[in-house]
Ligand binder design. Structure first.
Ligand SMILES: C[S@@+](CC[C@H](N)C(=O)[O-])C[C@H]1O[C@@H](n2cnc3c(N)ncnc32)[C@H](O)[C@@H]1O
Length: 345
């Protein structure tokens, strides 16, 4: 099995024994998934794929990651992400969870800014040496140390819609309310009346509402404040953790789950599914998750349950809604964004 991505092709040619190493924030690559070591990633789809191959894989917010660290880690390769702030978070986190002196390699594409790690490592007082370069990628190496900086400092708070929102680099809309989400929040009171008590008001009892693609938890917190029993799902572990912290910051109840669209929901059925669906993967347009969200929604709704989504007006969701539900209505349209509603018959 040969490496598929340029960055893994660079790693493949190293004369290094990566047994017992951590692959941190790795890309999807069959060579890595068939090899040695443990994946540490915030991406639920990637974690699922590794586990599907019988490989150990943990989110950084998983107790399993701490347990794996206690079990001894020979070294770590950090795949430097496009978001520099996120790369710094991973670096500080590794310095916190792994012992000083643990070998660290940092790999990435030149166009993704890997060369900036030199400055970052210098600022942290960690030496660094270039180990290799090929395929428009570079590989640097250093050793972890105690740097006295808390990765938790990357969590930020801001106020929106009368709520305190907790966010993190790499979480959608980091630090501001999205215009589409704002339109959705203005529209929701007309279709999701405020509950007068638990289990009432949001359509039929039990008033279970799913926030799909929860980001920093703005919709989950808003819904919970109105009395809904909220379940919030996101494929990104930072988003799930942000939502957990947002709910806690506002003293609101709600369940959070890391998962790829409906993958973790089994037999659950909801009175409503509310979403500002994703249509980007990194920087590329990807309608895949949004299409699954819409097409599979009827399976996760009670009879009479509704899907309410906001989307850029140009996105091809009307076709998907018509296919899944046989019809839909447009609740709001400010020319940039539309709020759609479809009801399960
Ligand atoms: C447009 S953002 C909306 C965030 C938040 N609900 C808001 O309104 O500000 C879409 C969210 O969907 C998440 N997402 C992307 N792919 C997903 C998938 N396959 N399953 C679940 N969530 C996904 C993204 O991580 C992102 O947080």
């Amino acid at each position: 099995m040969s490496a598929e991505t340029p960055v893994c092709q660079l790693l493949e040619r190293q004369e290094a024994d990566y047994r017992g190493w951590w692959w941190v924030a790795p890309p999807r690559d069959a060579w890595l998934e068939a090899g040695e070591g443990t994946a540490i990633s915030a991406d639920a789809s990637l974690l699922e794929a590794w586990r599907g191959h019988g490989r150990p894989a943990f989110s950084p917010f998983d107790d399993g990651a701490a347990a794996a660290a206690d079990g001894g880690v020979a070294g770590a390769v950090l795949f430097w992400p496009k978001s520099h702030a996120l790369g710094e978070w991973w670096l500080l986190w590794l310095c916190t969870v792994l012992p000083p002196g643990t070998p660290l390699q940092l790999a990435g594409e030149h166009q993704g800014g890997i060369k900036r790690v030199l400055k970052v490592l210098a600022a942290l007082g960690l030496g660094c040496r270039k180990r290799d370069s090929a395929r428009r990628c570079s590989l640097f190496e250093t050793r972890l140390g105690r740097v006295g900086l808390d990765p938790d400092a990357a969590w930020t708070r801001f106020e929106a819609a009368g709520l305190t929102l907790v966010s993190h680099p790499g979480v959608f809309g980091h630090g501001k309310l999205d215009d589409g989400t704002r339109l959705l929040l203005e529209t929701l009171p007309g279709v999701l009346p405020q509950a007068s008590g638990k289990g009432e008001g949001l359509g039929d009892a039990p008033g279970e509402v799913l926030d799909m693609g929860c980001g920093d938890g703005i919709l989950a917190a808003w819904l919970s404040r109105r009395g809904a029993s909220v379940t919030a799902v996101d494929v990104n572990a930072f988003a799930v953790e942000a939502t957990r912290r947002t709910l806690a910051a506002n003293g609101l109840p709600g369940e959070t789950r890391l998962g790829d669209v409906y993958a973790t929901l089994g037999e659950r059925r909801f009175a409503a599914i509310v979403s500002n669906p994703p249509f980007h993967q990194e920087r590329a347009i990807d309608y895949g998750p949004a299409a699954r969200l819409i097409l599979e929604a009827p399976e996760y709704l009670v009879s009479g349950g509704q899907l309410v989504v906001v989307a850029n007006a140009f996105l091809p969701y009307p076709d998907l809604l018509a296919r899944a539900f046989g019809g839909f209505e447009i609740l709001a349209d400010d020319r940039r964004y539309r709020v759609y509603r479809a009801v399960k018959g």
